[in-house]
Design a protein around this ligand. Structure first.
Ligand SMILES: C[S@@+](CC[C@H](N)C(=O)[O-])C[C@H]1O[C@@H](n2cnc3c(N)ncnc32)[C@H](O)[C@@H]1O
Ligand SMILES: C[S@@+](CC[C@H](N)C(=O)[O-])C[C@H]1O[C@@H](n2cnc3c(N)ncnc32)[C@H](O)[C@@H]1O
Ligand code: SF4
Length: 393
């Protein structure tokens, strides 16, 4: 692992993949008990300008990695980026555009929490060129929202989606979670139904997971039984499909033309720069080297003048690449064309051959010679399927 040399089997990459940019804003009003993302309770006065300055310095330091390529998407995530004023985000976007080109049809997503404080800013965000809003609804059930430690209620979530539309957002994603403490299938369907009534183009429907280093990990809530989770999953998929939302990834459902470009680029093993506290990036070099890197996690450290923002980097070895590629690609319901493997990793498809055959024989991987895709059964056992490709090189 962590090989620093490329071996003979790796070819240079003549066509570098699309390049995206992830920007991390690490603060929230308060920390939710289930959340293990790099988010911290916001100080009473947010150091907006200092943070934007740090982000732009961070980007400047990353520029050699971009090798002059234009950005295809920007995702401003968190934490809660909608805590930031439109002025601060304007300064950020202007600064990004001055340092790195972007494609005319770039997708720019901002994650927003549905509180009233944020809704007032939606119009101004749209005017800045932000053209996709991802709203963290989670549930419309006030009791569940309270249990999840959320600061908004169901009505605010409804209003947020309406205001986003009035502000001119044509690409709206609603994040919802299911499998909530003591949730029944009927309650989960009611959440989905209410989301669908708002007619978003995209729905991310995540099953609640209990992550280490969270309050829920140390004090686990009563989660629904496996049978119940299964019913929720089946009913939810059917409901989304009947409303014209096509599942294209484990948790992502979209109307035609509304798939998230930024996330698709991750799943297709594209490149992305990552700026901001704890952000990570992945870039390919023309000589075939592919590296991952990550930034200082603690906001105070990240903000400290003169301190490098980069916390670590690692070249991906030939033994890691098949797993890394498939860990992303097999999340996609339709998988990817076989040719993408060599195009993105520089490795010949033959390195997958043995594991691919075995996975096909076990019914986990599609037998289609043109695609690398999990079968419906394989989607349910994605971890087992991926394990079969560990150490292939
Ligand atoms: C990192 S959060 C940022 C968005 C925003 N701060 C919010 O919470 O509304 C992105 C999404 O991840 C999902 N998420 C976070 N923790 C999760 C968990 N433990 N299990 C499942 N989904 C989770 C939530 O749906 C959330 O909207
Ligand atoms: C869980 S996803 C939610 C996406 C949303 N469902 C959508 O369709 O737009 C987004 C979260 O993943 C995390 N994330 C994504 N890309 C990242 C990166 N490059 N570095 C660090 N965190 C990242 C951030 O916490 C971000 O809030
Ligand atoms: S608001 Fe979002 S990012 Fe912040 S703690 Fe809650 S789930 Fe995590």
């Amino acid at each position: 692992m962590n090989q620093l040399l490329t071996s003979d089997s790796r070819r240079p990459l003549p066509d570098l993949p699309p390049l995206a940019l992830y920007v991390h804003i690490p603060w929230c009003i308060r920390k939710c008990p289930y959340c293990d993302f790099n988010s911290h309770k916001a100080p009473s006065s947010l150091p907006e300008q200092a943070y934007v300055d740090a982000l732009l310095l961070d980007l400047k330091q990353d520029l050699p990695l971009a090798a002059g390529r234009p950005l295809t998407s920007i995702f401003i995530g968190g934490g809660t980026p909608s805590l930031f004023s439109a002025e601060a985000l304007k300064c950020l976007l202007d600064g990004i555009q001055a340092r790195i080109g972007w494609q005319p049809d770039i997708e720019i997503t901002l994650e927003a929490n549905p509180g009233t404080f944020e809704q007032d800013k939606f119009s101004a965000y749209r005017e800045l060129g932000i053209n996709r809003l991802s709203i963290g609804v989670q549930s419309f059930n006030s009791q569940h929202l309270q249990q999840l430690g959320r600061v908004h209620d169901g009505d605010e979530a409804l209003r947020a989606a309406q205001i986003a539309r009035q502000a001119g957002f044509e690409r709206i994603n609603l994040d919802l979670m299911h499998g909530l403490p003591d949730q029944t299938p009927a309650q989960a369907m009611s959440d989905l139904q209410q989301a669908l009534e708002l007619d978003p183009g995209h729905v991310s429907w995540y099953q609640l997971t209990i992550e280490p280093n969270t309050v829920y990990w140390s004090k686990p809530p009563q989660l629904p039984e496996d049978d119940c989770l299964w019913d929720i999953q089946e009913q939810g998929q059917a409901l989304l499909a009947s409303h014209g939302y096509r599942q294209y990834e484990v948790s992502a459902y979209a109307r035609d033309g509304q798939q998230a470009r930024h996330n698709l680029n991750y799943w297709q093993f594209g490149d992305f720069l990552g700026i901001g506290a704890g952000a990570h990036g992945k870039v390919s070099h023309a000589d075939g080297r592919i590296e991952r890197y990550w930034k200082t996690r603690q906001p105070d450290d990240y903000l400290r003048d003169g301190k490098p923002k980069l916390a670590g980097r690692q070249l991906l070895g030939n033994d890691e690449l098949p797993f890394e590629f498939l860990m992303n690609a097999l999340r996609l319901t339709a998988g990817v064309p076989v040719g993408l493997f060599a195009e993105r990793t520089g490795l010949p498809l033959e390195v997958l051959q043995q594991a691919r055959l075995q996975a096909q024989q076990r019914g986990l991987l599609s037998a289609d010679p043109q695609r690398l895709a999990a079968t419906a059964h394989g989607q349910l056992f994605l971890n087992d399927l991926l394990q079969m490709f560990l150490g292939t090189d």
